[in-house]
Ligand binder design. Structure first.
Ligand code: GRF
Length: 197
């Protein structure tokens, strides 16, 4: 059974999909803790699914490194096999990435290396491209440039807003996330082969 810590900053709708998958006795992974860098709405999923949560507010630490060390300490309490950044909107310091990678995944709402960064959906819309996508990557010390584990194209439709496009992308992100965690648990994907650190 693969144990996961999932970090979020927002509503956690992708996390919810993973938690629902984990309710299936046949699914070989379990979320053991949910962490956030703020008072994220998605932390409520902990209570709903009976999973412990922790929050390490960025603002209450003197530096990014001090904040990152506390995030790492919290993660390590759970000795997870894998850490998933699912809408976690802060860059982890390099030493935290080095401590966890390649067992550290991030979901991104674009077809990387296209449109990295915090506004992948908005940037794709502004560029006027006919299709964008969703990607699941191993986190390394760059911004959204780690090894790509899974990705899929998503069309941009006439009249799309950032919200409508993001919602279409997120349905794909959820599927990629649930499938990739399954593939890792089953040994069909070996993250060590994707290690760059
Ligand atoms: C996802 O699109 C993720 O890739 C992005 O933030 C979104 C998270 O949404 N970085 P949610 O909190 O899972 O609803």
């Amino acid at each position: 059974m693969l144990s996961l810590v999932v970090l979020i900053s927002g509503g956690g709708s992708n996390l919810r999909s993973l938690l629902e998958a984990c309710q299936d006795a046949e699914y070989p992974a379990r979320v053991v803790a949910i962490g956030a860098d703020r008072d994220a709405d998605g932390l409520d999923l902990g209570e709903e699914f009976g999973i412990p949560t922790f929050s390490v507010p960025f603002s209450s630490h003197a530096s990014r490194e001090a904040w990152g060390d506390e995030v790492l300490a919290q993660i390590r309490q759970w000795t997870p096999d894998l850490v998933v950044l699912s809408g976690f909107m802060r860059l982890l310091p390099p030493r935290v990435v080095a401590a966890l990678s390649p067992q550290l995944l991030n979901t991104h709402p674009a077809y990387l290396p296209e449109f990295p960064g915090a506004h992948g959906v908005r940037d794709a819309l502004a560029a006027g491209v006919p299709e964008t996508g969703a990607s699941l990557i191993v986190v390394d010390t760059g911004v959204d440039d780690g090894p790509i584990i899974a990705q899929e194209r998503v069309p941009v439709l006439p009249g799309d807003t950032e919200a409508s496009l993001h919602e279409r992308i997120k349905t794909v992100e959820r599927r990629l996330l649930v499938q990739t965690v399954l593939d890792i648990a089953n040994g069909h994907v070996d993250l060590e082969e994707h290690s760059q650190i």
